[in-house]
Design a protein around this ligand. Structure first.
Ligand code: HMG
Length: 391
Protein backbone atom coordinates (compact mmCIF):
# COMPACT_ATOMS: atom_id res chain seq x y z
CA UNK A 1 0.00 0.00 0.00
CA UNK A 2 1.15 3.52 -0.84
CA UNK A 3 2.47 5.57 2.10
CA UNK A 4 2.23 8.86 0.19
CA UNK A 5 -0.41 11.22 1.57
CA UNK A 6 -3.23 11.66 -0.94
CA UNK A 7 -6.20 13.95 -0.69
CA UNK A 8 -7.74 17.28 -1.65
CA UNK A 9 -5.22 19.84 -2.82
CA UNK A 10 -7.72 22.58 -3.70
CA UNK A 11 -11.48 23.03 -3.39
CA UNK A 12 -13.81 25.69 -4.82
CA UNK A 13 -17.54 26.15 -5.23
CA UNK A 14 -20.03 27.80 -7.56
CA UNK A 15 -23.74 28.39 -7.29
CA UNK A 16 -26.58 29.89 -9.26
CA UNK A 17 -27.44 33.39 -10.44
CA UNK A 18 -30.60 33.67 -8.32
CA UNK A 19 -31.47 33.26 -4.66
CA UNK A 20 -34.81 32.94 -2.88
CA UNK A 21 -35.23 33.87 0.77
CA UNK A 22 -37.26 31.12 2.43
CA UNK A 23 -39.50 33.81 3.97
CA UNK A 24 -41.01 34.02 0.45
CA UNK A 25 -41.93 30.33 0.53
CA UNK A 26 -43.22 30.57 4.09
CA UNK A 27 -45.51 33.44 3.12
CA UNK A 28 -46.90 31.63 0.10
CA UNK A 29 -47.24 28.22 1.75
CA UNK A 30 -48.81 29.76 4.90
CA UNK A 31 -46.01 28.47 7.14
CA UNK A 32 -44.27 30.20 10.03
CA UNK A 33 -40.86 31.25 8.65
CA UNK A 34 -39.27 29.98 11.88
CA UNK A 35 -40.02 26.45 10.63
CA UNK A 36 -37.43 27.08 7.91
CA UNK A 37 -34.99 29.48 9.58
CA UNK A 38 -34.91 27.48 12.85
CA UNK A 39 -36.74 24.15 12.33
CA UNK A 40 -34.79 22.94 9.29
CA UNK A 41 -31.96 25.49 9.65
CA UNK A 42 -32.20 27.07 6.18
CA UNK A 43 -32.43 30.76 5.37
CA UNK A 44 -32.13 30.88 1.56
CA UNK A 45 -31.89 28.62 -1.44
CA UNK A 46 -30.04 29.06 -4.71
CA UNK A 47 -32.19 28.98 -7.85
CA UNK A 48 -30.58 28.46 -11.23
CA UNK A 49 -31.33 30.74 -14.16
CA UNK A 50 -32.67 29.35 -17.43
CA UNK A 51 -29.18 29.45 -18.97
CA UNK A 52 -27.45 27.67 -16.06
CA UNK A 53 -27.19 23.93 -15.49
CA UNK A 54 -24.91 21.37 -13.85
CA UNK A 55 -22.31 21.89 -16.56
CA UNK A 56 -22.05 25.68 -16.24
CA UNK A 57 -21.87 25.49 -12.42
CA UNK A 58 -19.30 22.66 -12.52
CA UNK A 59 -17.10 24.53 -15.01
CA UNK A 60 -17.42 27.71 -12.93
CA UNK A 61 -16.23 25.90 -9.78
CA UNK A 62 -13.38 24.11 -11.58
CA UNK A 63 -12.17 27.27 -13.35
CA UNK A 64 -11.07 28.70 -9.99
CA UNK A 65 -8.92 25.62 -9.42
CA UNK A 66 -7.39 25.70 -12.89
CA UNK A 67 -6.39 29.33 -12.37
CA UNK A 68 -3.88 28.04 -9.82
CA UNK A 69 -2.81 24.62 -11.02
CA UNK A 70 -1.07 23.04 -13.97
CA UNK A 71 -3.71 21.48 -16.23
CA UNK A 72 -1.38 18.93 -17.80
CA UNK A 73 -1.31 16.70 -14.67
CA UNK A 74 -5.07 16.18 -14.85
CA UNK A 75 -5.58 12.88 -16.65
CA UNK A 76 -9.02 12.12 -15.16
CA UNK A 77 -12.18 14.18 -14.66
CA UNK A 78 -14.87 12.54 -12.53
CA UNK A 79 -18.28 14.24 -12.67
CA UNK A 80 -20.73 13.39 -9.90
CA UNK A 81 -24.36 14.36 -10.40
CA UNK A 82 -27.94 13.20 -10.13
CA UNK A 83 -29.20 15.96 -12.43
CA UNK A 84 -28.11 14.18 -15.61
CA UNK A 85 -28.58 15.99 -18.93
CA UNK A 86 -28.08 13.04 -21.26
CA UNK A 87 -28.60 9.27 -20.96
CA UNK A 88 -25.30 8.48 -22.69
CA UNK A 89 -22.86 11.34 -22.78
CA UNK A 90 -21.20 12.33 -19.54
CA UNK A 91 -21.88 15.93 -18.46
CA UNK A 92 -18.17 15.87 -17.60
CA UNK A 93 -17.27 15.84 -21.30
CA UNK A 94 -18.94 19.24 -21.71
CA UNK A 95 -17.06 20.50 -18.63
CA UNK A 96 -13.79 19.11 -20.01
CA UNK A 97 -14.40 20.99 -23.25
CA UNK A 98 -15.35 24.30 -21.59
CA UNK A 99 -12.20 24.12 -19.47
CA UNK A 100 -10.04 23.21 -22.45
CA UNK A 101 -8.42 20.29 -20.61
CA UNK A 102 -5.96 18.02 -22.38
CA UNK A 103 -7.50 15.51 -24.77
CA UNK A 104 -5.31 12.90 -23.02
CA UNK A 105 -7.83 12.70 -20.22
CA UNK A 106 -10.50 10.16 -19.20
CA UNK A 107 -13.91 11.58 -18.30
CA UNK A 108 -16.87 9.80 -16.74
CA UNK A 109 -20.10 10.63 -14.90
CA UNK A 110 -21.06 8.88 -11.65
CA UNK A 111 -24.54 8.56 -10.16
CA UNK A 112 -25.91 7.42 -6.80
CA UNK A 113 -28.04 10.25 -5.46
CA UNK A 114 -26.07 12.54 -3.14
CA UNK A 115 -23.37 9.93 -2.52
CA UNK A 116 -21.59 9.80 -5.88
CA UNK A 117 -19.08 12.60 -5.22
CA UNK A 118 -17.70 10.44 -2.42
CA UNK A 119 -17.40 7.48 -4.78
CA UNK A 120 -15.59 9.85 -7.17
CA UNK A 121 -13.24 10.98 -4.39
CA UNK A 122 -12.46 7.39 -3.38
CA UNK A 123 -11.84 6.37 -7.01
CA UNK A 124 -9.60 9.41 -7.46
CA UNK A 125 -7.53 8.43 -4.41
CA UNK A 126 -7.02 5.00 -6.01
CA UNK A 127 -5.90 6.48 -9.33
CA UNK A 128 -3.38 8.77 -7.62
CA UNK A 129 -2.12 5.92 -5.40
CA UNK A 130 -1.27 3.98 -8.57
CA UNK A 131 0.59 6.91 -10.12
CA UNK A 132 1.31 9.83 -7.73
CA UNK A 133 2.33 12.08 -10.64
CA UNK A 134 -1.30 12.23 -11.80
CA UNK A 135 -4.02 14.58 -10.56
CA UNK A 136 -7.76 13.96 -10.73
CA UNK A 137 -10.39 16.69 -11.04
CA UNK A 138 -13.53 15.70 -9.12
CA UNK A 139 -16.59 17.84 -9.77
CA UNK A 140 -19.95 17.48 -8.03
CA UNK A 141 -22.82 19.54 -9.42
CA UNK A 142 -26.57 19.39 -8.85
CA UNK A 143 -29.87 21.24 -8.92
CA UNK A 144 -32.28 20.02 -6.24
CA UNK A 145 -35.90 20.28 -7.40
CA UNK A 146 -39.13 19.26 -5.68
CA UNK A 147 -42.72 20.08 -6.56
CA UNK A 148 -44.11 23.50 -5.60
CA UNK A 149 -46.22 23.65 -2.42
CA UNK A 150 -44.81 20.40 -0.97
CA UNK A 151 -43.02 20.13 2.36
CA UNK A 152 -39.79 19.39 0.45
CA UNK A 153 -40.01 22.68 -1.49
CA UNK A 154 -37.96 24.58 1.11
CA UNK A 155 -35.13 22.05 0.79
CA UNK A 156 -34.25 22.80 -2.85
CA UNK A 157 -30.99 24.43 -3.91
CA UNK A 158 -28.22 24.43 -6.50
CA UNK A 159 -24.44 24.30 -6.47
CA UNK A 160 -21.21 22.72 -7.56
CA UNK A 161 -17.93 21.90 -5.84
CA UNK A 162 -14.68 21.13 -7.66
CA UNK A 163 -11.74 19.40 -5.97
CA UNK A 164 -8.26 18.64 -7.16
CA UNK A 165 -7.13 15.26 -5.80
CA UNK A 166 -3.40 14.63 -5.73
CA UNK A 167 -0.42 13.35 -3.77
CA UNK A 168 0.94 15.59 -0.97
CA UNK A 169 -2.30 17.56 -0.86
CA UNK A 170 -2.35 21.10 0.52
CA UNK A 171 -5.83 21.01 2.12
CA UNK A 172 -6.60 17.56 3.56
CA UNK A 173 -5.05 14.09 3.43
CA UNK A 174 -7.77 11.43 3.30
CA UNK A 175 -7.19 8.44 5.59
CA UNK A 176 -7.52 4.94 4.12
CA UNK A 177 -10.14 3.55 6.54
CA UNK A 178 -13.76 3.87 5.45
CA UNK A 179 -17.10 2.50 6.62
CA UNK A 180 -19.65 1.73 3.88
CA UNK A 181 -23.33 0.76 3.83
CA UNK A 182 -25.86 0.04 1.06
CA UNK A 183 -29.58 -0.68 1.42
CA UNK A 184 -32.15 -0.95 -1.41
CA UNK A 185 -34.92 1.45 -0.27
CA UNK A 186 -37.23 4.07 -1.76
CA UNK A 187 -36.76 7.12 0.45
CA UNK A 188 -36.01 9.51 -2.44
CA UNK A 189 -35.72 8.85 -6.17
CA UNK A 190 -36.39 10.43 -9.57
CA UNK A 191 -37.70 8.27 -12.42
CA UNK A 192 -36.39 9.15 -15.91
CA UNK A 193 -39.70 10.70 -16.92
CA UNK A 194 -39.77 13.20 -14.02
CA UNK A 195 -37.96 16.50 -13.54
CA UNK A 196 -38.67 16.64 -9.79
CA UNK A 197 -37.67 14.09 -7.18
CA UNK A 198 -40.16 11.90 -5.33
CA UNK A 199 -39.51 11.69 -1.62
CA UNK A 200 -40.84 10.12 1.55
CA UNK A 201 -39.50 12.91 3.76
CA UNK A 202 -39.73 11.44 7.25
CA UNK A 203 -38.61 7.99 6.10
CA UNK A 204 -35.64 9.58 4.30
CA UNK A 205 -34.52 11.20 7.55
CA UNK A 206 -34.78 7.87 9.41
CA UNK A 207 -32.95 6.11 6.58
CA UNK A 208 -30.16 8.72 6.69
CA UNK A 209 -29.65 8.18 10.44
CA UNK A 210 -29.78 4.37 10.12
CA UNK A 211 -27.15 4.52 7.38
CA UNK A 212 -25.01 6.79 9.58
CA UNK A 213 -25.08 4.25 12.39
CA UNK A 214 -24.16 1.32 10.11
CA UNK A 215 -21.38 3.11 8.25
CA UNK A 216 -19.95 4.47 11.51
CA UNK A 217 -19.83 0.94 12.97
CA UNK A 218 -18.23 -0.37 9.79
CA UNK A 219 -15.64 2.46 9.99
CA UNK A 220 -14.82 1.55 13.62
CA UNK A 221 -14.65 -2.22 12.96
CA UNK A 222 -12.17 -1.56 10.16
CA UNK A 223 -9.87 0.42 12.47
CA UNK A 224 -11.25 3.96 12.14
CA UNK A 225 -10.60 6.61 14.80
CA UNK A 226 -12.85 6.65 17.87
CA UNK A 227 -15.17 9.63 18.24
CA UNK A 228 -12.95 11.41 20.76
CA UNK A 229 -10.10 11.44 18.22
CA UNK A 230 -12.22 13.26 15.64
CA UNK A 231 -12.07 17.05 15.99
CA UNK A 232 -14.67 18.19 13.47
CA UNK A 233 -17.58 16.56 11.63
CA UNK A 234 -18.93 17.21 8.21
CA UNK A 235 -22.21 15.62 7.12
CA UNK A 236 -24.28 15.46 3.98
CA UNK A 237 -26.66 18.41 4.39
CA UNK A 238 -30.07 18.17 2.69
CA UNK A 239 -30.80 20.99 5.18
CA UNK A 240 -28.44 22.05 7.96
CA UNK A 241 -30.60 20.74 10.82
CA UNK A 242 -30.09 17.22 9.43
CA UNK A 243 -26.37 17.51 10.17
CA UNK A 244 -27.17 18.59 13.74
CA UNK A 245 -29.50 15.59 14.13
CA UNK A 246 -26.76 13.31 12.77
CA UNK A 247 -24.12 14.68 15.12
CA UNK A 248 -26.49 14.35 18.09
CA UNK A 249 -27.19 10.74 17.13
CA UNK A 250 -23.53 9.85 16.61
CA UNK A 251 -22.62 11.27 20.00
CA UNK A 252 -25.54 9.51 21.68
CA UNK A 253 -24.66 6.06 20.27
CA UNK A 254 -21.06 6.70 21.30
CA UNK A 255 -22.15 7.38 24.89
CA UNK A 256 -21.40 11.13 24.75
CA UNK A 257 -23.68 13.77 26.22
CA UNK A 258 -25.42 16.26 23.98
CA UNK A 259 -25.74 18.86 26.72
CA UNK A 260 -24.04 22.18 26.09
CA UNK A 261 -22.23 23.42 23.01
CA UNK A 262 -19.85 20.50 22.40
CA UNK A 263 -22.08 18.90 19.79
CA UNK A 264 -22.58 22.11 17.80
CA UNK A 265 -19.00 23.39 18.16
CA UNK A 266 -17.70 20.46 16.15
CA UNK A 267 -19.81 21.22 13.09
CA UNK A 268 -21.10 24.80 13.27
CA UNK A 269 -18.67 26.13 10.66
CA UNK A 270 -19.80 23.49 8.16
CA UNK A 271 -23.38 24.77 8.15
CA UNK A 272 -22.90 28.37 7.03
CA UNK A 273 -22.64 28.12 3.25
CA UNK A 274 -25.22 25.32 3.06
CA UNK A 275 -27.70 27.35 5.06
CA UNK A 276 -27.67 29.90 2.21
CA UNK A 277 -27.46 27.57 -0.79
CA UNK A 278 -29.85 24.78 0.18
CA UNK A 279 -29.41 21.19 -0.88
CA UNK A 280 -26.81 20.81 -3.61
CA UNK A 281 -27.12 17.00 -3.53
CA UNK A 282 -23.73 15.49 -4.56
CA UNK A 283 -21.94 18.74 -3.80
CA UNK A 284 -23.59 19.27 -0.41
CA UNK A 285 -21.13 17.52 1.94
CA UNK A 286 -18.13 19.05 0.16
CA UNK A 287 -19.83 22.46 0.24
CA UNK A 288 -20.07 21.85 4.00
CA UNK A 289 -16.36 21.01 4.13
CA UNK A 290 -15.44 24.25 2.35
CA UNK A 291 -17.76 26.06 4.74
CA UNK A 292 -15.99 24.44 7.71
CA UNK A 293 -12.58 25.56 6.43
CA UNK A 294 -13.83 29.11 5.82
CA UNK A 295 -15.91 29.58 8.96
CA UNK A 296 -14.67 27.40 11.83
CA UNK A 297 -12.80 30.30 13.40
CA UNK A 298 -9.89 28.27 14.82
CA UNK A 299 -6.68 26.96 13.30
CA UNK A 300 -7.67 23.54 11.98
CA UNK A 301 -4.13 22.45 10.98
CA UNK A 302 -3.64 18.83 12.04
CA UNK A 303 -7.32 18.38 12.94
CA UNK A 304 -9.08 15.17 12.00
CA UNK A 305 -12.42 15.65 10.19
CA UNK A 306 -15.01 12.87 10.10
CA UNK A 307 -17.16 12.85 6.94
CA UNK A 308 -20.55 11.21 6.49
CA UNK A 309 -21.81 11.00 2.93
CA UNK A 310 -25.38 9.80 2.28
CA UNK A 311 -27.15 9.21 -1.01
CA UNK A 312 -30.78 8.14 -0.93
CA UNK A 313 -31.68 4.83 -2.36
CA UNK A 314 -29.28 4.24 -0.51
CA UNK A 315 -25.47 4.24 -0.23
CA UNK A 316 -23.49 5.81 2.62
CA UNK A 317 -19.88 6.14 3.68
CA UNK A 318 -18.06 7.37 6.79
CA UNK A 319 -14.40 8.33 6.35
CA UNK A 320 -11.89 10.78 7.78
CA UNK A 321 -8.98 13.01 6.88
CA UNK A 322 -6.32 15.24 8.42
CA UNK A 323 -6.24 18.95 7.59
CA UNK A 324 -2.83 20.06 6.34
CA UNK A 325 -0.72 22.86 7.79
CA UNK A 326 -1.06 25.61 5.18
CA UNK A 327 -4.69 25.07 4.25
CA UNK A 328 -5.73 28.54 5.43
CA UNK A 329 -3.54 30.40 2.94
CA UNK A 330 -5.33 28.58 0.07
CA UNK A 331 -8.89 29.56 0.94
CA UNK A 332 -10.84 32.12 -1.08
CA UNK A 333 -12.98 33.49 1.78
CA UNK A 334 -13.68 36.97 0.36
CA UNK A 335 -14.51 35.64 -3.09
CA UNK A 336 -16.77 32.94 -1.62
CA UNK A 337 -18.76 35.45 0.42
CA UNK A 338 -19.12 37.83 -2.51
CA UNK A 339 -20.27 34.90 -4.66
CA UNK A 340 -23.12 34.28 -2.20
CA UNK A 341 -23.94 37.95 -1.69
CA UNK A 342 -24.02 38.79 -5.38
CA UNK A 343 -26.86 36.39 -6.22
CA UNK A 344 -29.97 38.19 -7.46
CA UNK A 345 -32.99 37.94 -5.13
CA UNK A 346 -36.27 36.62 -6.48
CA UNK A 347 -39.82 37.21 -5.39
CA UNK A 348 -42.00 34.13 -5.00
CA UNK A 349 -43.77 34.87 -8.31
CA UNK A 350 -40.47 35.17 -10.17
CA UNK A 351 -39.22 31.94 -8.59
CA UNK A 352 -42.46 30.14 -9.50
CA UNK A 353 -42.09 31.20 -13.12
CA UNK A 354 -38.51 29.90 -13.25
CA UNK A 355 -39.46 26.69 -11.44
CA UNK A 356 -42.15 25.93 -14.00
CA UNK A 357 -39.95 26.93 -16.96
CA UNK A 358 -39.14 23.63 -18.61
CA UNK A 359 -36.63 23.17 -21.38
CA UNK A 360 -38.32 21.30 -24.22
CA UNK A 361 -38.46 17.61 -23.43
CA UNK A 362 -39.94 16.89 -26.86
CA UNK A 363 -36.64 17.32 -28.65
CA UNK A 364 -37.38 20.68 -30.30
CA UNK A 365 -34.68 23.29 -30.78
CA UNK A 366 -34.73 26.20 -28.31
CA UNK A 367 -32.66 29.18 -27.22
CA UNK A 368 -32.34 30.18 -23.55
CA UNK A 369 -32.66 33.77 -22.32
CA UNK A 370 -29.33 35.47 -21.57
CA UNK A 371 -29.32 35.83 -17.77
CA UNK A 372 -26.33 34.38 -15.94
CA UNK A 373 -23.19 36.39 -15.16
CA UNK A 374 -21.16 33.20 -14.87
CA UNK A 375 -18.15 32.53 -17.13
CA UNK A 376 -20.20 29.87 -18.92
CA UNK A 377 -23.77 29.65 -20.12
CA UNK A 378 -26.12 27.02 -21.49
CA UNK A 379 -27.33 28.58 -24.74
CA UNK A 380 -29.98 26.05 -25.79
CA UNK A 381 -30.44 22.95 -27.91
CA UNK A 382 -30.02 22.58 -31.66
CA UNK A 383 -30.46 19.30 -33.55
CA UNK A 384 -30.68 17.51 -30.18
CA UNK A 385 -27.25 18.88 -29.17
CA UNK A 386 -26.69 21.05 -26.11
CA UNK A 387 -24.87 24.29 -26.82
CA UNK A 388 -22.64 26.09 -24.31
CA UNK A 389 -20.94 29.48 -24.49
CA UNK A 390 -17.76 30.75 -22.84
CA UNK A 391 -17.74 34.45 -22.01
P1 HMG B 1 -42.07 18.80 7.18
O1 HMG B 1 -42.55 17.44 7.49
O2 HMG B 1 -43.01 19.76 6.56
O3 HMG B 1 -41.44 19.50 8.45
O4 HMG B 1 -40.82 18.72 6.19
P2 HMG B 1 -41.73 19.26 10.00
O5 HMG B 1 -43.14 19.56 10.30
O6 HMG B 1 -41.15 17.97 10.45
O7 HMG B 1 -40.84 20.46 10.58
C1 HMG B 1 -39.46 20.48 10.37
C2 HMG B 1 -38.77 20.90 11.66
O8 HMG B 1 -39.15 22.24 11.93
C3 HMG B 1 -39.19 20.08 12.86
O9 HMG B 1 -38.06 19.96 13.70
C4 HMG B 1 -40.26 20.96 13.53
O10 HMG B 1 -40.38 20.72 14.91
C5 HMG B 1 -39.68 22.33 13.26
P3 HMG B 1 -37.64 18.53 14.31
O11 HMG B 1 -38.78 18.10 15.14
O12 HMG B 1 -37.41 17.61 13.10
O13 HMG B 1 -36.37 18.84 15.03
N1 HMG B 1 -40.67 23.40 13.26
C6 HMG B 1 -40.46 24.61 13.80
N2 HMG B 1 -39.40 25.13 14.46
C7 HMG B 1 -39.48 26.43 14.89
N3 HMG B 1 -40.58 27.20 14.72
C8 HMG B 1 -41.68 26.72 14.08
C9 HMG B 1 -41.63 25.37 13.58
N4 HMG B 1 -42.50 24.58 12.92
C10 HMG B 1 -41.91 23.39 12.72
N5 HMG B 1 -42.74 27.48 13.89
C11 HMG B 1 -38.87 17.47 5.56
C12 HMG B 1 -39.47 18.43 6.56
C13 HMG B 1 -37.36 17.43 5.77
C14 HMG B 1 -39.44 16.06 5.73
C15 HMG B 1 -39.16 17.98 4.10
O14 HMG B 1 -38.62 19.25 3.92
C16 HMG B 1 -38.64 17.04 3.02
O15 HMG B 1 -39.29 16.06 2.67
N6 HMG B 1 -37.41 17.35 2.44
C17 HMG B 1 -36.82 16.50 1.40
C18 HMG B 1 -36.25 15.22 1.94
C19 HMG B 1 -34.99 15.41 2.75
O16 HMG B 1 -34.33 16.43 2.69
N7 HMG B 1 -34.61 14.35 3.49
C20 HMG B 1 -33.39 14.36 4.28
C21 HMG B 1 -32.76 12.99 4.46
S1 HMG B 1 -32.53 12.12 2.92
C22 HMG B 1 -31.15 12.88 2.18
O17 HMG B 1 -30.44 13.60 2.81
C23 HMG B 1 -30.91 12.60 0.72
C24 HMG B 1 -31.25 13.73 -0.23
O18 HMG B 1 -30.28 14.76 -0.12
C25 HMG B 1 -31.36 13.23 -1.67
C26 HMG B 1 -30.19 12.46 -2.28
O19 HMG B 1 -29.52 11.64 -1.65
O20 HMG B 1 -30.00 12.66 -3.48
C27 HMG B 1 -32.61 14.36 0.10
Amino acid sequence: MSTTKIGIDDIAFATSHYVLDLAEIALNNHEDVAKYYVGIGQSEMSVSAEDEDIVTMAADAALQILARHEKSHIRTLLMATETGIDQSKSAGVFVHSLLNLSKNCRVVELKQACYSATAALQFALGIVARDPSEAVLVVASDIARYKLHTSAEATQGAGAVAMLVKADPAIIAIEPTTGVYTDDIHDFWRPNYMSEALVDGKFSMEAYLTALEHSWHNYLVRGGSPINKIDRFCYHQPFTKMAVKAQTQLRAISGLSNDGQACLDQLAGSLEINRRIGNSYTASMYMGFLSLLNNDGSDLSGSRVGFFSYGSGSVAEFFSGIIQDNYDSLLRRKKDISHLNSRVSLTYEQYKKIHTYQHSSEGFDFVTPDVTRSSFRFAGVQNHMRLYEIR
